[in-house]
Design a binder for this molecule. Structure first.
Ligand code: FES
Ligand code: FES
Length: 158
């Protein structure tokens, strides 16, 4: 049986008709057309579907959309600031932290949670906290360099 719910995504409210077993990833991509959140393994193993819920990273492929009702959801579409790329997005481009780009939205959102929590994380902390985000192009070195470069931009916030 379909059910109408309201989701708050990137500051906007969306009314959407879902099945109770729809994942948040299905609703974002298939019902709302927010294609920035990627479907990789669909099993909770790759991090491609990472979104932020109340500022924390969640895997939207293993989360029911209904469980996101009443919470602040952020997808990669919502990370820009006043029409400009977020510093992490700029850093990924400038440092070559992406190849095919499939893992990039999840990587950037996870990186945001790290920098929100700690302004200057160590390289080891970044590696550990991003270990759930897999890159099939294996560009990990440049990804970590990109996150480090933002953490070194003191006072600019991430
Ligand atoms: S698609 Fe969700 S963890 Fe891989
Ligand atoms: S850039 Fe291709 S999967 Fe990471």
């Amino acid at each position: 049986m379909k059910k109408g719910i309201e989701l708050k995504i990137n500051g906007d409210n969306y009314e959407v008709l879902i099945s109770p077993n729809n994942t948040l990833l299905e609703v974002l991509r298939d019902k709302l057309g927010l294609m920035g959140t990627k479907q990789g393994c669909d099993l909770g193993a790759c991090g491609a579907c990472t979104v932020l819920i109340n500022g924390e990273a969640y895997l939207s492929c293993i989360m029911l959309a209904m469980d996101a009702v009443g919470k602040e959801i952020m997808t990669i579409e919502g990370i820009e600031e006043d029409g400009l790329l977020h510093p992490l997005q700029t850093a990924f481009v400038e440092k070559g932290g992406l190849q095919c780009g499939f893992c990039t939205p999840g990587m950037i959102l996870t990186a945001k949670t790290i920098l929100d929590e700690e302004e200057h994380p160590t390289e080891d902390t970044i590696k550990k906290k991003m270990s759930g985000n897999l890159c099939r192009c294996t560009g990990y070195k440049k990804i970590v360099e990109a996150v480090m470069s933002v953490s070194e931009q003191t006072g600019e916030g991430a």
